[in-house]
Ligand binder design. Structure first.
Ligand SMILES: [Zn+2]
Length: 337
C-alpha cells in the first residue's frame, strides 16, 4: 500500500483531506491499519449519470466505497472488480477501482418493478435488494496475468456484513467496514439540487504488521488448513478497535465538515494514529473506442452481422453510458436484411 518514505508524521486534526480521496492510516499501538474514503463529486457523477431509483443508487454507492477501500489496499497495480449477482430486485452491481490511477466506476442492473414493490413494502435494505447469490472479487492485472477471484455468499446481508464474512473466512483477518451513502441539497447554477455523497472506513487487525501492510491477495487458498473462523484470536487490541469503529455514525462519513483526519483523531487520538499520503479518486471510465472495436471484431461473424441495426452497430458502455457507433465494414460485419 504505502511506501514508508511517503509517510507523513501525525497531522494535526485541522489538516483536512479533500473529497474524493482515500486516507490510509495506522494505529501502531493496537496493530490496526485501515483507510478512510470520502467521495463527493465523483460518486455524484457516477450515480447521477444513471438516474437509478434512490435505493439502487445508494446500494451502488456503497459498492463503490467498498471497491475504493479494498482496491486501494492491494499491493499491485491493476483493476480490482467487485460484482454481485443475486436473486433480489438488484440483480447485479459492478464497481471497479484501478490502481494506481484511482479510477473508479460502477453500474447496476435491476428490475424496476421489483425495486418499486420493495419500496412500496417498506423493505428496501441492501440485503433485501440483493437477495441471495454471491459477491465476486477479481483482480485483473492485464491480459498476460492471472485473475484472482474471491467469492463470498450473499445471504440477505448488507455489503458491510458480506465484507466482514469474506475477510473472516478467506483471509483470516479481523476486519470491520462501515459504509455510508447520502444525499445533500446544494445550490448550483440551476438552483438547489440533490447531490450524492459517500464515505467509508476500513479497519483491520494485523498483529504482525510490517511496514508493507498485509493485504488480501484474494487467494482463498491462503487460509491455513483446518482453521475455522472461530480460531481467529480477538485480543484486547482488536476488541478496542472494533468497538471504536462501531461508534462511527453515517454523518461522520458524509458531512463535508468532518474531515477524515478529524474522524481518525476522534477515534484514535488516545492511542496515537498516523496517516499516510492520501490517494486521489477519479470517477473516470476506462472504456475506449479501440477496445470496443477489438471486442466486436472478436465475435463470430454471425453475431456481428446480427448487431447491425439501422445500418450501424451501436455499443453503449454500461458504466458511463458512452455510445460508440461503428459502420458495419469497420468491424467486418455484413448488413443483413
Ligand atoms: Zn465507459
Amino acid at each position: 500500500m504505502t511506501d514508508p518514505q511517503t509517510e507523513i508524521p501525525i497531522r494535526a486534526p485541522a489538516a483536512t483531506s479533500a473529497d474524493d480521496t482515500i486516507l490510509p492510516f495506522e494505529v501502531a499501538t493496537l496493530d490496526l491499519r485501515g483507510r478512510v474514503v470520502r467521495l463527493g463529486d465523483d460518486v455524484d457523477e457516477i450515480l447521477a449519470r444513471h438516474d437509478y431509483p434512490a435505493p439502487v443508487a445508494k446500494l451502488l454507492g456503497e459498492a463503490i466505497v467498498l471497491a475504493c477501500l479494498l482496491g486501494s489496499s492491494l499491493k499491485f497495480d491493476g483493476r480490482f472488480i467487485m460484482q454481485t449477482q443475486g436473486d433480489g430486485p438488484v440483480q447485479m452491481l459492478v464497481a471497479d477501482y484501478t490502481a494506481p490511477t484511482g479510477k473508479v466506476r460502477g453500474y447496476a442492473r435491476y428490475d424496476s418493478d421489483g425495486v418499486a414493490a420493495a419500496v412500496a413494502a417498506g423493505k428496501f435494505d441492501s440485503g433485501t435488494l440483493l437477495g441471495e447469490g454471491h459477491l465476486a472479487m477479481t483482480v485483473d492485472q492485464g491480459p498476460e496475468t492471472s485473475r484472482y477471484q474471491g467469492l463470498v455468499a450473499l445471504e440477505g446481508n448488507s455489503l458491510e456484513e458480506v465484507a466482514h464474512e469474506y475477510f473472516l473466512r478467506s483471509e483470516q483477518i479481523p476486519t470491520r467496514v462501515r459504509l455510508a451513502v447520502g444525499e445533500e441539497m446544494r445550490a448550483g447554477p440551476d438552483g438547489m439540487r440533490h447531490r450524492w455523497r459517500a464515505g467509508g472506513i476500513l479497519l483491520q487487525h494485523l498483529p504482525k504488521a510490517s511496514d508493507s501492510a498485509r493485504v488480501p491477495d484474494l487467494d482463498p487458498g491462503d487460509a491455513p488448513e483446518g482453521m475455522t473462523p472461530d480460531d481467529v484470536e480477538e485480543d484486547d487490541a482488536w476488541v478496542e478497535g472494533r468497538a471504536l469503529v462501531e461508534t462511527v455514525q453515517d454523518v461522520e462519513l458524509l458531512d463535508p465538515d468532518v474531515s477524515a483526519e478529524r474522524l481518525l483523531y476522534r477515534l484514535f487520538h488516545e492511542r496515537g494514529v498516523r496517516v499516510f499520503r492520501n490517494i486521489e479518486v477519479d470517477a473516470q471510465c476506462s472504456c475506449a473506442r479501440e477496445n470496443v472495436e477489438a471486442l466486436l471484431k472478436s465475435f463470430p461473424q454471425d453475431d456481428r452481422d446480427h448487431m447491425v441495426e439501422n445500418g450501424v452497430i451501436t455499443v453503449t458502455c454500461e458504466f458511463c453510458s458512452s455510445a460508440y457507433v461503428f459502420q458495419p465494414e469497420d468491424v467486418g460485419a455484413k448488413v443483413t436484411s
